[in-house]
Design a protein around this ligand. Sequence first.
Ligand SMILES: *Cc1c(COP(=O)(O)O)cnc(C)c1O
Length: 381
Amino acid sequence: MDDKLMLMIPGPTPVPEQVLLAMAKHPIGHRSGDFSKIIAEVTEGLQWLHQTQNDVLILAASGTGAMEAGIINFLSPGDRVLVGSNGKFGERWALLCEAFGLSVERVTAEWGKPLDPAQFQTLLAADTAKQIKAVIVTHSETSTGVLNDLKTISQSVKSHGALMLVDAVTSLGATSVPMDDWGLDMIASGSQKGFMLPPGLGFVAVSPKAWEAYSQAKLPRFYLDLGKYRKEAAKNSHPFTPPVNMFFGLQVALKMMQAEGLENIFARHHRHMTATRAAMKALNLPLFTSDQASSPAITAVAPVNVEAEQIRAIVRKKFDIVMAGGQDHLSGKIFRVGHLGFVSDRDILTAVGALEAVLQELNYEVTAGAGVVAAAQALSA
Ligand SMILES: *Cc1c(COP(=O)(O)O)cnc(C)c1O
């Protein structure tokens, strides 16, 4: 049915009508006083979301552009870095660092399992010569639905002295990422995930310690030179022509988030994760991650005796609900339900109900209604 498409993928995520309407306006001049006011307001909102006093800079880029900025501004060719790799996005960090000539050491875990903080601790403790310049971790590994233990990893990094660089693309706005409390030095994210916006903006938060590294860093940079963004941001301005309509949307989205409150936002995502997981268990659909390491943004399911891709195709065709498939070697093995950003309890019940109807159609053994009952119970707990 036209106009009924429901995105339950981990980005792009659904966008509230208020945000869409705010964006459906004539652009204004990016050097105008009106635009300066918007920059000032959204910058404050972004600091609130990152729980930080640090700079949070806004780029016209997808999340990967923010990640790239987070590397090239703070490191130099040949620098040794530890990169957590337990999924597609952790591996993206490793490839990105290799592309810029860094000396990458991967700390790996099987896809679907969390990174082991003790492995980082051991490597950092052994590095008495302080050759490790940065530790780079994906907080919520979107490809598998794993939430890595960033807090514990960052404690070891802090006592070592290396920079802690983080992809929080699907954790920011879904769970607490207290930049200052945890001593994170750089956080990269993108608008189409927890921000309730379309794709188009990347965000990079930078600690004072990372700015010190910036002044020594020797990788080439121009468009993504964060010093330019910092200098202009101090005057509520932007070094280039930013997508001004995205800023209109960001202004409204942040207002909505502030009205809901951080604790309520995190509680909502946690509730949706719990309800989705309870429903999958009730439907005999094996979860791909453990309860202890599951991301509040996304639930990955590894069905047996029924094809993941067949489930996805029918959910899409009959119910206009888009769920994500598996990436790389997980293609065809898992499907992923995104519950990130502008998602309500009603959406979770709808998705679970649709999934249940599809399983019945495929003659998969389920107790009729079990998924919806389990989800409803979890939502009302
Ligand atoms: C979506 C995503 C990104 C960024 O992807 P883009 O397509 O460049 O926006 C990076 N990391 C994670 C964990 C993601 O989920």
